[in-house]
Design a protein around this ligand. Structure first.
Ligand SMILES: [Zn+2]
Length: 102
C-alpha cells in the first residue's frame, strides 16, 4: 500500500481503493493520520494506464485459447480480475501535489 508523502503513514487497503478507483487522483483524498491532501502521482497514473492496456490486449489475445464454457471461464476470470485489482493497487503512489493534469 502507498505511503503518505507528508507523514509517511501507510494507507489502508480501503483508502487506497477509494483514491485508486473513485477519485482517480483528480480530487485527491485526505490522509487519515495527518489530514494532508494526497493525490495519485502522475508516474503511477501512467503505470496504471499501461497496465490497463496490457491486460486488455492480453484478454483479447488469450480469450480464444480459453475453454468456451461459461463455468470454466468464470473460474479463470475471477482470480484474474482480483489479480488485476491487486496489481493496480500496488502501482498506486501518493503525491503531495496534484499532477494528474498538465
Ligand atoms: Zn499523512
Amino acid at each position: 500500500m502507498p505511503k503518505c508523502q507528508n507523514c509517511g503513514h501507510r494507507w489502508s487497503l480501503k483508502d487506497t481503493c477509494k483514491i485508486a478507483f473513485k477519485y482517480r487522483g483528480t480530487s485527491g483524498r485526505t490522509c487519515s493520520r495527518c489530514g494532508d491532501k494526497q493525490y495519485i502521482s502522475k508516474k503511477s497514473l501512467n503505470r496504471i494506464g499501461i497496465a490497463a492496456i496490457v491486460s486488455l490486449v492480453l484478454t483479447v489475445v488469450v480469450r480464444p485459447l480459453l475453454p468456451q464454457d461459461f463455468g470454466t471461464s468464470l473460474l479463470l476470470a475471477v482470480p484474474l480480475a482480483v489479480g488485476l485489482i491487486v496489481a493496480n493497487l500496488s502501482l498506486v503512489e501518493l503525491s503531495n501535489v496534484q499532477q494528474g493534469e498538465t
